[in-house]
Design a protein around this ligand. Structure first.
Ligand SMILES: [Zn+2]
Length: 139
């Protein structure tokens, strides 16, 4: 059921060059606030092996649930293109070992969808180029 919801939502999105970083996920349609958009899909992986593999790549696509488990987004759906912003218009909610995506507030058509990676993905080791006035400058 959630896979269907994600597929339906992502059909209204496009993946394109982002001003923030690499490719980003953009909505073609206006989105209302506080709405569940879908779920990140991927493969459940063991840490720290998965982290070691990803650290050698240009883009880290890993959501860590605990010290032992992470979701590897490499072969996942287009939500893996969600870029970080210090003023994100979406947020992730981790439930058990699932990662749900919600809109924070109304989002206009054409906007890039972003989330605040916070503690989930990086450890302050990456520069942030999100362009938000209150950018923390590190992810
Ligand atoms: Zn930032």
């Amino acid at each position: 059921m959630d896979a269907d919801r994600s597929t339906v939502f992502l059909a209204g999105c496009r993946v394109a060059r982002s001003r923030i970083h690499g490719l980003g996920l953009f909505t073609r349609i206006a989105i209302t606030g506080r709405r569940k958009l879908g779920e990140l899909s991927g493969t459940l992986r063991r840490l720290p092996l998965a982290r070691q593999e990803h650290q050698r790549r240009a883009v880290i696509q890993l959501v860590e649930f605990s010290r032992r488990w992470a979701l590897d987004l490499t072969d996942g759906n287009a939500f893996r293109h969600l870029n970080h912003s210090c003023r994100a218009n979406c947020y992730l909610r981790v439930i058990d070992r699932r990662v749900e995506v919600y809109s924070r507030a109304a989002i206009p058509a054409g906007a890039e969808l972003t989330v605040d990676y916070g503690e989930t993905m990086h450890r302050g080791g990456m520069a942030c180029d999100c362009g938000a006035p209150d950018c923390r400058s590190r992810i």
